[in-house]
Ligand binder design. Structure first.
Ligand code: NOJ
Length: 558
């Protein structure tokens, strides 16, 4: 196959002299989790051909770009976040030709394509790591990872006290080629995911080359996995104390958010800028504060960073207002768009997170009150899509899918489930393949079942069941995305104007637009501010006053 340099999508416009407005500044980006989106070949596992066939659905939904979680060659110890070959597609997802066809078709539909890049660690099956193990302690390839002798009289203790984010020690001891116990290697995640040593020039060179490979394939950008983890503090010092690591903790850790990571992103930015058509990168950086996150999106670094503080905020008016203000304020000095996200493949779906009492955090195993959860989820979505900046939508949230909280233990696949009480231990529940049709063996996901069991009644939430029903969550998303595209006050921008509102109600203006959000469990009376554009639940708007129902958002033209 020849690399085709797929025609880049244009769309950069100068909206004011001296101010360059990139497509990504107000983009709505849809996350596809390839295993669970659509199965083209009927083997029970989603694949690239399945995604390609469903691109018209995404186009019609009204999103601007698709981000695909990893589809690279991988033994799948962490669902593809353990990459054995960064330039090959795993056979379970298809071939490079399928990737090429997918990128071309997406571009024809004016959809941009963002691929996942996993630079913090490889798979143990990566050629470098396999050779490093095989060649033994003297191997130069070991310098590309973090190999260390153990502590204790016979090296029987790990080199430091770091714990894996999935639980258990962050070190695994190797066996020497002669069968004797050997050095240890570092893995912040599963033992099958050894961390690269980013101080080694070969690692940096290799990733610059991988970036170019995919840019040459025509992709529009990268989602950078564990972007805050690449550089470790000099000497790999002990943390001291104890306790399971939290991705979103307030403690400064010697393996996260080290200043050295920024030099890597400055180099990547020059590569991205060499390519035509505004190629971007978005950081998955769990930092203690949004101010720290802003460092990743300085003008010469990456373009966006996920706003995990927003994702972790519970359905609570004052808390939401605060995180919105803090996020906008943090991004303003660096000139990057704020981003907003409610769900992804690592957290409990927001329809379930909001179904119980407000608690914040990203995980729950409680199904809660599903009607309440969906109501709040719909309101939260209209709030998110009214905010200035770029928004991320995780596959299936447009169907109002709840998390599947009762998966049988024997069906579970998430490695963090099997390792102690990792904070991510419930991630399978948001990864259940999505329903496309009312009936069928896997509700239209494919012709051959589904790799995680879908619950009974899943078909009632399907695309087929919701299409054309004006009250459905799917039609609400379609309308919201259409309005967002057309209304001049929505999309990009850097500020909201708060209005006075009853307790628990958020009201903010944007040019020609007003958003009112009732986060409480009781209806409130408000003055009708303008013409109703869209609401997440029934709102009457034919008098000077109206009732904003509990847990409801309304959009108004003013
Ligand atoms: C973040 C990814 O989103 C998650 O799914 C993965 O397990 C870790 N990074 C490790 O790559």
């Amino acid at each position: 196959m020849t690399q085709h340099l797929a025609a880049p999508l244009t769309g950069t416009s100068d909206d004011a002299p001296g101010h360059r407005h990139g497509w990504w500044q107000d983009a709505v980006i849809y996350q596809v989790y390839p295993r669970s989106f659509a199965d083209g070949n009927g083997d029970g596992m989603g694949d690239l051909d399945g995604v390609r066939r469903r691109l018209p659905y995404l186009r019609e939904l009204g999103v601007d770009a698709v981000w695909l979680s990893p589809f690279y060659a991988s033994p799948q110890a962490d669902a593809g976040y353990d990459v054995a070959d960064y330039r090959a597609i795993d056979p379970m997802f298809g071939t490079l030709l399928d990737a090429d066809a997918l990128i071309r078709d997406a571009h024809e539909l004016q959809l941009r394509v963002i691929v996942d890049l996993v630079p913090n660690h490889s798979s143990v099956e990566h050629d470098w790591f396999r050779r490093a193990l095989r060649e033994g302690p003297g191997s130069a390839l070991r310098q590309r990872y973090h190999f260390r002798p153990g502590k204790g009289a016979a090296g029987e203790l790990p080199p430091n006290d770091w714990e894996s984010i999935f639980g258990g020690p962050a070190w695994t001891r190797t066996v020497n080629p002669d069968g004797t116990p050997g050095d240890w290697y570092l893995h912040l995640f599963a033992p099958e995911q050894p961390d690269f040593n980013w101080e080694h020039p070969a690692v940096a060179d290799e990733f610059r080359s991988i970036l170019r490979f995919w840019l040459d394939m025509g992709v529009d950008g990268f989602r950078v996995d564990v972007a805050h983890g690449l550089v470790k503090a000099e000497g790999l010092p002990d943390i001291g104390g104890s306790g399971q690591l939290r991705l979103l903790g307030n403690d400064v850790m010697p393996f996260f958010d080290q200043d050295g990571v920024h030099e890597i992103y400055r180099q990547w930015r020059t590569i991205l800028d060499e390519y035509p058509g505004d190629r971007i990168a978005v950081a998955e950086a769990w930092t203690p504060t949004v101010e720290r996150t802003a460092n990743y999106v300085r003008p010469d670094e990456l373009h966006q960073a996920f706003n995990f503080q927003y994702l972790s905020t519970s359905w609570d008016g004052p808390a939401l207002r605060e995180v919105i203000d803090v996020s906008l304020a943090a991004m303003r000095p660096v000139g990057a768009p704020a981003t907003w996200v409610l769900s992804n493949h690592d957290v409990t779906r927001h329809a379930t997170r909001f179904a119980g009492p407000p608690g914040g955090g990203t995980q729950t195993r409680e199904p809660g009150d599903r009607t309440l959860g969906l109501r709040r989820a719909r309101a939260a979505t209209l709030l998110m899509l009214a905010l200035p900046g770029s928004a991320y939508v995780y596959q299936g949230e447009e169907l109002g899918l709840p998390d599947v909280t009762d998966l049988p233990d024997e069906a579970r696949q998430d490695p963090s489930y099997f390792r102690a009480d990792g904070q991510d231990g419930f991630r399978d529940g948001c990864r259940v393949p999505i329903p496309w049709t009312r009936e069928g063996s896997s509700y239209g996901f494919g012709s051959g079942g589904s790799w995680l069991p879908q619950p009974d009644g899943w078909g009632e939430l399907s695309v087929e069941a919701q299409t054309g029903d004006p009250d459905s969550t799917l039609e609400m998303y379609r309308s919201a995305l259409a309005v967002r595209k057309e209304h001049p006050g929505l999309g990009g921008g850097a500020a909201v104007e708060w209005r006075e509102a009853p307790e628990g109600v958020l009201a903010f203006g944007r040019p020609g637009f007003l958003c009112t959000v009732n986060t409480t469990d009781a209806a409130v009376r408000i003055a009708v501010p303008g013409t109703l554009l869209l609401a997440s639940g029934p709102v009457a708007a034919d008098g000077p006053e109206t009732e904003l129902p509990a847990n409801t958002t309304a959009w108004w033209t003013v």
